[in-house]
Design a binder for this molecule. Structure first.
Ligand code: PCA
Length: 324
């Protein structure tokens, strides 16, 4: 009898422990539209983690800046208000110029080069994030960046006085160097900014133009292919240390796969997005010789400025990248 009671108590104890362990749920704020490929990739990552941990860790993705706005996400994860999140990496360029390695004009303009540049930069970025209480999991690039305008653009001089939506320090500086007026706006607010005239032009991928249906307000897309900026996914250190080794391994493995599949998808969709802009009435074209020459000049200036601001860490990234 005693033995039976003991066994029953043991089973009850195990069940209680089991149900406690299964209760882990992580909210994952993301800044971009629910339908965006980064957000969809994040959802597949969450599914992978759920399956890999047998349901012990459930990650719930909140797209479109619905839980925290884009510019709040990093802080929220650093302070543990959210255990995991995704953000545009170069958005932190103001805080540390090194975060803008992927927005140096014409440094890496293809997917192949973007992967190399990330390989060179990753250990440096990982270390900076570590000092900020964050664990880096994975990163996926946006398609190449081009210029959206209302009017035809033949040279940089045509941008004089134009209200230019910026998403990081590099895009704000680009606006300045073209004589345009930079205004920082999150992608989630872009359609409204164009509708109300707060912004009249911007640089971004075909992906964001498609997500935000910018053909309702703008007419031209110039396929400049200036750079491929990255989103990255990161975890609060205490949350990371609060789960067991097996869970951390699953997070790493799913992150690894999410980086590969997300990057492939970005590349596969890049051309399709531009076709969609054209199908919706936009003129999608390469830049004129003059515009190209102007961008090269502006790009050289921005590269010089970035190298000065990013110091030794920046130099190390570029040297490693060039040696690959
Ligand atoms: N889309 C994001 C960043 C880069 C991109 O292609 C945006 O415009 O906010």
């Amino acid at each position: 009898m005693n033995r039976l009671l003991f066994a029953a108590a043991g089973i009850a104890g195990l069940l209680a422990a089991g149900s406690l362990a299964a209760a882990e749920r992580w909210d994952m704020p993301m800044a971009y539209a629910d339908s965006n490929f980064h957000t969809q990739n994040g959802k597949r990552f969450a599914e992978c983690v759920k399956i890999g941990t047998g349901g012990e860790l459930e990650i719930v993705v909140h797209g479109g800046g619905s839980l925290f706005k884009g510019n709040e996400i990093k802080r929220a994860v650093q302070t543990g208000q959210a255990p995991i999140g995704e953000r545009l990496l170069s958005a932190h360029q103001n805080e540390n110029a090194v975060f803008g390695f992927d927005s140096v004009p014409f440094l890496a303009t293809s997917y192949e080069d973007s992967k190399k540049l990330w390989k060179a930069a990753r250990p440096v970025i990982e270390k900076i994030l570590e000092e900020q209480n964050l664990v880096l999991l994975y990163s996926v690039p946006w398609p190449p960046q081009g210029i959206y305008t209302k009017k035809p653009l033949d040279s940089a001089a045509d941008m004089k006085g134009v209200k230019f939506r910026a998403y990081n320090a590099a895009t704000a500086r680009l606006a300045e160097l073209m004589g345009a007026q930079p205004v920082q706006i999150e992608a989630a607010e872009l359609s409204q900014a164009l509708a109300t005239g707060v912004a009249e032009s911007f640089i971004s991928s075909g992906s964001t133009g498609y997500d935000r249906k910018v053909w309702e307000h703008l007419k031209y897309f110039y396929d400049v292919q200036a750079w491929l900026p990255r989103n990255y996914v990161f975890v609060n250190r205490q949350a990371w240390e609060g789960v067991d080794d097996t869970t951390r391994n699953v997070l790493r493995a799913c992150g690894y796969m999410a980086e590969i599949s997300g990057t492939l998808e970005s590349e596969l969709l890049a051309g399709w997005y531009l076709q969609q802009l054209a199908a919706n009435g936009m003129k999608v074209q390469p830049p004129s010789e003059q515009l190209k020459a102007d961008f090269v000049e502006i790009g050289e200036q921005m590269t010089k400025e970035w190298l000065e601001a990013a110091g030794d860490a920046g130099k190390q990234i570029i040297e490693t990248y060039r040696s690959m």
